[in-house]
Design a protein around this ligand. Structure first.
Ligand SMILES: N[C@@H](CCC(=O)N[C@@H](CS)C(=O)NCC(=O)O)C(=O)O
Length: 201
């Protein structure tokens, strides 16, 4: 199994976190995002969306980080990371989608423009992102008041997905600083797999 990924990609880090936490053997292929390797013909043949992460498992090629997480959980029967109980599963799906549809675009607005594009970045997008982040931080902070993790008493793939985004906000000095989110992030930061997924700074 080969994972094409990059440590500077928030979408990649969640997959590395799970592979490492679950002790799944894989070949790591780092795609050089800063030098445009994701736009080369050889990478486009693997993923025409020119995006990491992409997983190749024999004849199966999968893009979309959350789809890769689900695939790994099914393949390796990782019910602790992706519970089969209907209510618990619904919670995981909800927070995975929330992260992808609400949180992640906000993180991209802020981090892409402020950190990666710098003077070429869109100042309006940063402003929009920071405004949106205030609302999302409140929602998350309230939810984590009574929950150690997003969907139950143990971490799931939803926590890995969100934590990789929260780390990303740190690159722009925009990480939420509220108590419940801080405590939750501290719990995720103790996971060896999450630590391994982080870029060497
Ligand atoms: N929805 C995709 C998003 C993947 C994505 O945006 N990856 C970024 C790095 S974090 C990328 O490869 N960007 C290059 C591009 O879009 O051309 C996922 O969840 O995997």
């Amino acid at each position: 199994m080969i994972l094409f990924h990059s440590p500077i990609s928030q979408h990649s880090r969640r997959v590395v976190s799970l592979l490492e936490e679950a002790g799944i053997p894989y070949e790591s292929k780092i795609v050089d995002m800063m030098n445009g390797e994701y736009l080369t013909a050889s990478f486009l043949a693997i993923n025409p969306n020119h995006q990491v992460p992409t997983l190749v498992d024999g004849d199966i090629k999968i893009h979309e980080s959350n789809a890769i997480l689900r695939y790994l959980c099914h393949k390796y029967d990782l019910s602790q990371w992706y519970p089969s109980d209907l209510a618990a599963r619904a919670g995981v799906e909800q927070w995975l989608d929330w992260t992808q549809c609400r949180f992640s675009p906000t993180v991209v607005d802020i981090v892409l423009n402020k950190v990666f594009l710098q003077e070429k970045g869109d100042a309006k997008a940063i402003e929009r992102g920071l405004e949106q982040l205030t609302e999302l931080t409140d929602i998350l902070e309230q939810h984590l008041k009574d929950n150690d993790f997003l969907a139950g008493s143990a971490p799931t793939i939803a926590d890995l997905a969100l934590a990789s985004n929260v780390f990303h906000l740190g690159l722009a000095q925009a990480q939420p600083e509220t108590q419940n989110i801080n405590n939750w992030y501290g719990r995720i930061s103790e996971l060896k797999g999450f630590q391994t997924s982080l870029p060497k700074m």
